[in-house]
Ligand binder design. Structure first.
Ligand code: FE2
Length: 374
């Protein structure tokens, strides 16, 4: 119709343009030893350090990198510290999901104007290599989103950090980038946080799963995936749902003492090689019963990877109408049953493993049934 053709196209301006995830900062009890774990088990390279030797009196931070995955492990040097209190309450866990932006002051202004709680006003850090601007807002629980503007910086990480020599301890496993970061929030709080990502950060609902998708007779959870306009940044938000037994989300909330990051999904181009290396280097994964694989071909159709290899490593497969994806979950990487990792390889699919939740949980329950324990 003519009237439609004459209308100007609607131009949607993204008020929070994100280039991707800059880094994830963890508060841990002993950063030196945690760094050794991530270097030897996950193969991340130690690239920068800041601590007493670089003039920081209250904390030490180790910056680790593999592909575009960058972690900062920070520990307190004294008891009277927000870092120490965070660790006492939550155990080792994610403090900040830092997002890479071109303008950290604008990111802070746009989000706080839409209701975000400011944690740090835009602050410029400088050294001989230039400057970085950072700002922060509060997210779920004690988790933050930090905005990092580094276009005027040529140093290794941040001003004040010392670049480290080539890491000969690290054994890289082919990790490429962060695919998604999942938050667990409390009972009935999922939609509140979906609204936060939508209104405050301009994200959109990407996918959602209800307890019909992710439930068995015994446990359930609800999940909505929020993504920014480019799709580079994806944050699924889980809340517990009623089941006959305590759900994995409730267990997390109990032991983390509140909402927080449940898992980080790390992407690879070759999940068979990546998971083989991780297993050899001591990373423990969830195991899958044989019955999962006897039904796999029928469920997902033809795939490139040999089924026996997938079964040997315990890798799961899911398909949607765009392709398929392979995924596997580690056990929690600390003594509290809280944070864990997912390794993911996408072959066209944008799925988060919806088909696997049910198949995996049901497969496990069939095994229980066979043992007379269901
Ligand atoms: Fe995931």
């Amino acid at each position: 119709m003519a009237t439609l053709a004459q209308q100007a196209p609607e131009i949607v301006v993204d008020f929070l343009p994100l280039n991707g995830t800059d880094h994830v900062e963890f508060y841990v009890g002993n950063a030196r030893q945690a760094a050794y774990f991530y270097r030897t088990a996950f193969g991340m390279k130690l690239v920068a350090y800041a601590g007493p030797e670089t003039g920081r009196r209250d904390r030490a931070s180790y910056v680790l990198q593999q592909g575009k995955v960058r972690f900062v492990l920070t520990t307190a040097l004294r008891a009277d510290s927000d870092i120490a209190r965070h660790v006492a309450k939550h155990g080792d866990g994610v403090r900040a999901i830092a997002l890479w932006v071109d303008d950290a002051a604008s990111a802070w202004r746009e989000t706080t104007a839409r209701g975000a709680t400011s944690v740090q006003e835009p602050t410029t850090l400088s050294d001989d290599n230039g400057s970085v601007v950072i700002s922060s807002i509060a997210a779920y629980g004690d988790t933050l989103h930090t905005f990092v503007e580094r276009k005027n910086y040529t140093g290794t990480f941040f001003p004040g950090y010392r670049a480290m020599p080539e890491d000969t301890v690290a054994r890289p496993v082919g990790l490429l980038h962060i695919d998604h970061i999942v938050g667990n929030v409390g009972w009935n709080a999922m939609n509140e946080w979906v609204d936060f990502y939508s209104k405050v950060m301009g994200f959109q609902l990407y996918q959602h799963f209800d307890d019909n998708d992710i439930s068995t007779e015994y446990s359930a959870l609800m999940s909505k995936v929020m993504a920014n306009s480019t799709g580079y940044v994806k944050f699924p938000i889980n809340e517990p749902a009623e089941g006959r037994r305590k759900s994995q989300i409730e267990e997390y909330l109990d032991f983390y003492d509140g909402p927080g990051v449940q898992h980080l999904a790390l992407a690879t181009h070759d999940i068979l090689a990546t998971v083989s290396s991780l297993q050899q280097q001591g990373v423990n994964f969830l195991t899958v019963p044989h019955s999962y694989y006897t039904e796999l071909q029928e469920r997902v159709g033809k795939i490139d990877e040999p089924l026996d290899e997938l079964e040997r490593l315990g890798i799961l497969v899911d398909r949607d109408n765009e392709g398929y994806m392979l995924q596997i979950f580690t056990q929690p990487v600390e003594d509290r049953p809280t944070l864990f990792y997912e390794i993911i390889q996408r072959k066209g699919s944008r799925s988060f493993g919806k088909g696997n939740f049910k198949a995996l949980f049901e497969a496990i329950e069939r095994e229980q049934d066979a043992r007379g324990n269901l």
